[in-house]
Design a binder for this molecule. Structure first.
Ligand SMILES: CC(C)(COP(=O)(O)OP(=O)(O)OC[C@H]1O[C@@H](n2cnc3c(N)ncnc32)[C@H](O)[C@@H]1OP(=O)(O)O)[C@@H](O)C(=O)NCCC(=O)NCCS
Length: 170
C-alpha cells in the first residue's frame, strides 16, 4: 500500500464526497459541513484548497494507491499565533485501522517543518476520540491538557484534548 499526501485534483470530487458524506466522520468534526456532502460540495472545497494562499493553507488529499481516500490539512492561525497551525483530518471509513492517518500526519508535519516557518502544529480532538488521539501520539504529538466543556456538539457538552507538535526554536 502506497500512502502519500498530494494536492487535490478536481477529479477527486467524487471520492471526497463518498468519503465525507458519513455521519461517523462528521460526528468527530466541527459543525458546518453539509450532510449529505455532495460532489458539488467537494468541488467547492477542492477549488478552495487550490486557490488559497499556499503559505497559509496546507491542505492535501491522502492518496492510497492513486485514489483520494481522505483529507488532511493544517491552517495557519492569525495575529500572535501566525507561526502556529491547526491540524485536521479524516479518512473514508473503509480505510480506518490500517495505519494510513498515522503515516499522513507524519508526512505533513515533516513537510511543514522542512518547508515553512511554522513552530507549532496543534490539534483538538474530542476527548473520547481514542483513534484520533492515538494517531497524534504515534506521530509524536504531546498531550498538553484536557479542555473541559470546550464544545457543544450534537446536543452534548464535550471535553477536547489539546495536542501539539513543536519545533525546537533555540
Ligand atoms: C481517527 C482516524 C483519522 C484514524 O485514522 P486511521 O488511519 O484509522 O488510524 P491508524 O490506523 O493510523 O491508527 C493509529 C492508532 O490508533 C488506533 N485506533 C484507530 N482507531 C481507533 C479507535 N476507534 N479506537 C481506539 N484506537 C484506535 C490504532 O489501533 C492505532 O494504534 P496502534 O498502532 O497502537 O494499534 C479515522 O478513524 C477517522 O477519520 N475518523 C473520523 C474523523 C476524525 O475523527 N477525525 C479527527 C478529528 S480530530
Amino acid at each position: 500500500m502506497q500512502i502519500t499526501i498530494r494536492k487535490w485534483k478536481q477529479t477527486d470530487a467524487a471520492d471526497l464526497a463518498a468519503a465525507l458524506s458519513n455521519q461517523n466522520i462528521l460526528n468527530n468534526l466541527r459543525d458546518g459541513l453539509p450532510y449529505p456532502y455532495t460532489e458539488k460540495d467537494a468541488e467547492k472545497y477542492i477549488s478552495f484548497t487550490l486557490n488559497s494562499d499556499p503559505n497559509d493553507t496546507f491542505a492535501f488529499a491522502i492518496d492510497v494507491d492513486g485514489k483520494a481516500v481522505g483529507s488532511i490539512g493544517a491552517f495557519r492561525q492569525g495575529n500572535i499565533h501566525c507561526r502556529t497551525a491547526e491540524l485536521g483530518y479524516y479518512l473514508a471509513e473503509e480505510y480506518w485501522g490500517k495505519g494510513i492517518m498515522t503515516s499522513a500526519v507524519k508526512q505533513l508535519c515533516e513537510k511543514l517543518f522542512a518547508e515553512t516557518d511554522l513552530i507549532r502544529i496543534f490539534a483538538e480532538p474530542f476527548s473520547y476520540n481514542a483513534g484520533s488521539r492515538r494517531v497524534l501520539e504515534k506521530a509524536g504529538f504531546q498531550l498538553e491538557g484536557i479542555m473541559k466543556n470546550n464544545a457543544f456538539k450534537n446536543g452534548k457538552v464535550l471535553d477536547m484534548a489539546l495536542y501539539a507538535y513543536t519545533r525546537d526554536t533555540l
